[in-house]
Each structure stands twice: as C-alpha cells, then as structure tokens.
Design a protein around this ligand. Structure first.
Ligand SMILES: NC(=O)c1ccc[n+]([C@@H]2O[C@H](COP(=O)([O-])OP(=O)(O)OC[C@H]3O[C@@H](n4cnc5c(N)ncnc54)[C@H](O)[C@@H]3O)[C@@H](O)[C@H]2O)c1
Length: 275
C-alpha cells in the first residue's frame, strides 16, 4: 500500500499554486513525495522543487515557463484562475481557458502513458451544452490569444455572452470532455472538477473588490450551508490524477457536497442551466 497514489519521485506541474485550491494541492503533492513544479504569477510559499513565475494570459510567458520544466511529466494540475469581476472579461478568458489550453497542449508530448491532467472548472460552467454553438466558434480560433480576446469583446457587445467567467469554465468542461478520446489513444487521462463556492483568494476578490454581494454567492452553497476550503478541492484533484483513478477520464466531477445533484433531481432551482 506504500505510494498508493503513485506520486513518489514523479514530476508534477501545477498552476495557481500560490493560493487556495492550488496551494493545498501543491502542499499535498510535496507531502506525497512528488517533484512539484509550481507556476504562478504570485510568490509560491509551499516548499516545492521549483517555483516559476508565469502570467497565464501571456503565451510567451507560458512558453518561457515550459522551457524550464522537465522533459518527463507525470501529471498536470491546472488550478490558476480569476473571477470576473473584478478581472476584465478578456483577461479572465485568457487566464482561465486560453492559458490553460496552451500549457496543456505544450506539455502533452512530455506526459507519458499512465499520466494525467486535472483542471479546475466550476459549477458556473456546468451549463456548457446551452453554449455549444459559441464554444465551437470560439475553439475554432485555435487558441490565438489576440483573436480570442477580440472575439469575446464582440460577443459582449452583441450581448451574446452574459457571464465571461462562466463561459471560460464552460470551455474547460467542453475541452476536457472532447480531449479524452485523443488522449486515451496515448494512455493519458484528462478530467476536471466543478467546485461550489470556496473560501479562497478568488472569493475575496469576487465579493470584495468585485462587488458581487455575499448573499448572492450564498445562493449557490450546498445544503451543508458552508463554503468549501481550498483543501476540500485540492484533494479530489490529487485523487483524480493519481493511480487510484487509473481508468477515470473525460469526466467533470462536481465537488459541491451534492449541490448539482439537488438541481438535477429537482430539489433546487436550476439557476446555472445545469440540466
Ligand atoms: N473559490 C471559488 O469559489 C471557486 C469556485 C469554482 C471554481 N474556482 C476556480 O478555482 C481555481 C482556483 O481558485 P482559488 O479559489 O483557489 O482562488 P485563489 O485566488 O486562491 O487561487 C488562484 C491562483 O491563481 C493564480 N493566478 C491568478 N492569475 C494568474 C495569472 N495571470 N497567471 C498565473 N497564475 C495566476 C493566483 O496567483 C492564485 O495563486 C480557479 O480556476 C477558480 O476559477 C473557484
């Protein structure tokens, strides 16, 4: 049963490791004996193998970080993300999705058979099927960062996208689901999680600087009545990329103490278009 999760001595890459869910996952990975390469725009305090400054909305910054990473990677954790407000819609889409996709596709050639990718989406992205047409149009831009920002701004002008943050998370869920087939052919798994509201730097920005009232966020809390901790999200991510989940791929796992289950079964209003 030793090394049951399979991380000992393995190279793992994690974004958003300076705070919240990513920090909790990075600490756990260090404790499990992984060589942790942490990418963040902020200072990383966890004692990782290597911390690299990166701005996930900047393709060149990501390329520079990738150049510093090892040639063999066992697992990738995409945790970096920002809320909108207070972040601008185009920055939000670039950080939350375009940067995530560029890093993922840069590292896939370094991930060997048995490796895995896990990303953080959101319950706010669960309604992706209702945006299928826009997601297709957006993904057809081939992850050109400039064209993506322009496309989003034109969608906003036409009032075709109401929630840029939700759209960025819908894209993560769709991308995760649609990449599973191609990656399965290489023996690589890909999954994401959809967290309910979590007490983190993200939440402080959203409800503090962003002026989204706390009672509005509270409408999306699970029936246990509380915010999750960063660790309660980081831990399932570590599980999904571990040996214990070796046949699990293409899934978006709601980590929400049953919030989505209540919506699906009709016990709660479907405010996020989940069904
Ligand atoms: N907190 C919530 O309620 C909640 C709910 C659903 C999903 N999420 C998602 O969870 C993920 C983790 O967020 P968190 O709640 O731990 O918040 P957090 O703010 O504590 O952590 C986010 C991390 O991303 C980093 N980051 C931000 N912009 C970056 C950039 N341009 N380049 C590189 N790194 C950058 C931050 O420095 C920070 O370390 C995010 O993707 C967020 O969208 C959060």
């Amino acid at each position: 049963m030793k090394n049951v999760l399979g991380y000992e001595g393995q190279n793992v890459v994690i974004t958003g490791a300076a705070s919240g869910m990513g920090q909790a996952a990075a600490q756990l990975l260090v404790d499990l004996g992984a060589n942790v390469y942490a990418l963040d725009i902020a200072e990383v305090s966890t004692p990782v193998t290597t911390a690299i400054k990166v701005d996930m909305k900047d393709r060149e910054s990501i390329d520079a970080a990738v150049a510093e990473l090892p040639q063999q990677v066992y697992a990738l954790f995409n945790c970096a993300g920002v809320p909108c407000p207070p972040f601008a819609p185009s920055d939000t889409l670039l950080i939350n999705f375009c940067g995530l996709r560029h890093l993922t596709e840069s590292l896939v050639p370094r991930i060997s058979e048995g490796g895995a990718i896990a990303s953080i989406a959101s319950t706010a992205g669960m309604g992706w099927k209702h945006s299928q047409e826009q997601i297709n149009e957006f993904l057809a831009l081939d992850n050109d960062f400039e064209a993506s920002a322009e496309w989003l701004n034109s969608q906003l002008q036409q009032e075709a996208i109401a929630d840029p943050y939700g759209f960025s998370k819908q894209c993560i869920i769709f991308y995760t689901t649609s990449m599973a087939r191609e990656l399965a052919q290489k023996g690589i798994r890909i999954n994401c999680i959809a967290p309910s509201p979590t007490d983190s730097g993200f939440m402080e920005k959203l409800t503090g600087e962003g002026q989204v009232p706390q009672d509005m966020v509270a409408m999306f809390l699970p029936s246990n009545g509380r915010y999750a901790t960063g660790a309660e999200m980081g831990e399932p991510l570590v599980l999904l990329n571990s040996k214990l989940a070796s046949f699990v791929s293409g899934n978006n796992l709601p980590v929400d103490f049953g919030y989505c289950a209540e919506v699906v079964i009709g016990q709660r209003d479907d405010m996020l278009g989940i069904c």
